[in-house]
Each structure stands twice: as C-alpha cells, then as structure tokens.
Design a binder for this molecule. Sequence first.
Ligand SMILES: *Cc1c(COP(=O)(O)O)cnc(C)c1O
Length: 219
Amino acid sequence: MSIKENLLKIKSSLPENVTLVAVSKTKPVADLLEAYNTGQRIFGENKIQEMTEKWEQMPKDIQWHMIGHIQTNKVKFMAPYVSLIHGVDSLKLLEEINKQAIKNNRIIDCLLQIHIAEEETKFGLNEEELKELLASESFKNLINIRIVGLMGMATFTENQSQIKKEFIHLKSIFDNYQQLKTENCQINTLSMGMSGDYQLAIACGSTMVRIGSSIFGGR
Ligand SMILES: *Cc1c(COP(=O)(O)O)cnc(C)c1O
C-alpha cells in the first residue's frame, strides 16, 4: 500500500480526540510530501539536525514534534520552530528549552517523559521525580515553556498484557495531574502508542499516537 493509503486507513480508524503524529524519521522529504498532500500536518522526528533540514525544505504550515532523546546543546537549533517536544525528562533540559524559547520570543510546549517500561534503557522520570520537578521553585520560574502533557513508551515485547499494564499505569499518573493547572503546566495530552501498540494505547486512554512504520514502511 502507498503512504497515502496507509495514512487514510489509520486516520479513519482513530477516534476524534486522538491526534496522529506521523513519525517520518529516516524517510526522505518526498515521502513526507506524500503524507502532506494527503492532509497530514503533524510530523515527528527523533534527531534535531534531520528535523531542521526537513523543516527548511517542507511547507511552513507543518507542526514539527521532537520525539527523540534530546541533547541540551542542540535545543537551540529547533527552538525557532518546534511545535511540541515529547521526550523531556529533566529540569536541566527544561531550563535550556526555556532559555532558547526566550531568545526566540516564544513559549515552547513540552511533554514530560515518564518511565513506564521494564527496560533500564528507556528514558524518563519516575512518579516521584515527576512530583518533585513540578513542585520545585526552579520549575515555576520557567515561564517560556508549558508542560501540556505526558509521554511514555511501553516495554519492547510481544506480551500484550505487559504493555497494557504499563499504559494503564501511565494513564493513572496522567489522571492524577490533569487537575493541576498552573501558569506553565496544563496537562491534557497523553502521548502513548506506536505502530505496534497504538490501538491498545488508545483503549487505555491515549490522546496522541506516534506512528511511523505503519505509514511510511519499515526503516
Ligand atoms: C520511532 C518512534 C516511533 C514510531 O515507531 P513505529 O514503530 O515506526 O511506529 C514512536 N515513538 C518514538 C519515541 C520513536 O522513536
């Protein structure tokens, strides 16, 4: 099936309240344009340099989401245009994003990444760290960033009940913080689910899915 057919099929299967991020990492601009011409306006990339090159070449009404792990010294390259940063997991990184947002006279939306998987290798905050971060004075002073939600990745496994357990866990943390509304924090987006597990993620309460290979093919 073509990118257009894949995209239309997935879009028609998503509930209205679920946002689709088309994950285009490693794919050429021609592939992104096919998705764009099918109506897709939100693209996800995991490398800042690659995303910036594509931003320069693609139409300007696209919302670019950074979904990968972020090196502090590269934040400045995406600060002028990035629409949402998914993988934020430290105060230090938030401080750098805030600093670069000020330079660009912007408020940059971020999701805090929560560690829900069993693997040690996946990045993210645990519940205690999340609580401490949101309660800290340093965080409250960062007024050029806005935390709009949480993001998580399940363990890489075939075990559906394991994945489901992790998604339900993340949803429960999300529910705990949805009431919290401050100047720089309004948690209402839950980014969870990829090609292999997005239907399960939606059933568990996801409001944003990040889908790559099911749209663009394998990498
Ligand atoms: C690559 C990637 C995805 C998309 O993965 P697919 O399995 O191709 O859908 C989603 N989220 C993150 C964080 C990724 O790095």
